[in-house]
Design a binder for this molecule. Sequence first.
Ligand SMILES: Cc1cc2nc3c(=O)[nH]c(=O)nc-3n(C[C@H](O)[C@H](O)[C@H](O)COP(=O)(O)O)c2cc1C
Length: 209
Amino acid sequence: MPINAPQKSITLAMTGASGAPYGLALLKKLLDAEYRVYFLISSAARVVLATEHNLKLPSGPDAIKSALVTHLECDEALLVVCGKEDWFSPVASGSAAPKQMIVCPCSAGSLASIAHGMSDNLIERAADVVLKERGQLILVVRETPFSTLHLENMLKLSKMGATIMPAAPGFYHQPQTIEDLVNFMVARVLDHVGVAQDLVQPWGYDRRQ
Ligand SMILES: Cc1cc2nc3c(=O)[nH]c(=O)nc-3n(C[C@H](O)[C@H](O)[C@H](O)COP(=O)(O)O)c2cc1C
C-alpha cells in the first residue's frame, strides 16, 4: 500500500545491468495491472536497452514516456516518467512515494550507491526513501561473478529489509524461448509485490490437480 500516493502505485527503476528485457516486461505487466508506475531509467540503462532490445529511447522524461507508450501500447495516464534530477517527484519524498520499489535490472554500481545511501540521482534517492520508510525494495541484481564487494552490498541491503532477487531464471519450467526465461523472472518479482500473474504457474501446481 502506498504511503500517501493513490492506491496501486509503484516505482520501477531500470539501471545499466544486462537484463533490460526484464525491466521492460515488468513495466508492461505493472501497467496492465493498472498500477500507476513511476518509471526511472539511468543513462546506462538506455544504452543497455538499445543494445539488448533494439529499443533506442530518447533522452528527457517526456520523450521517453511517449516512446514507451508507443512501444508498449500502454495507458499513458498510468505511466509517470521521472528525470534523474527531478527532486520534486513524489518518489523523492517519504510523504508521497509509493511504498514499493523495484530496481530491475540493478547494476553493481547502483547496488553500491543504494547500499551506501548516496542519493546522488533520483533512482538512488527513491530507493533511500523506500528504505527509510520501511517499504518494500526489490533489487534484481545482475553481474557475474559477484565480487566480495557486491556480496557485501547485497548483504547490507538484505539486512536492511531489501529483497535481493538475482536475475537468475530457473529452468524447471522447461523454457522454450527467451521470453519464457524473461517471464520467469518477471513472474517472481510480480509474486513478491503482490500482483497476480499467469506467466509461470506456482511450484507444485500440476500435483494439486
Ligand atoms: C551492454 C552493457 C551491459 C552491461 N552489463 C552490466 C551488468 O550486467 N552488470 C553491471 O553491474 N553492469 C553492467 N554494465 C555496466 C553498467 O552499465 C555501468 O557500470 C554503469 O555505470 C551503471 O550505471 P547505473 O547504475 O547508473 O545504470 C553494462 C553496460 C553495458 C553497456
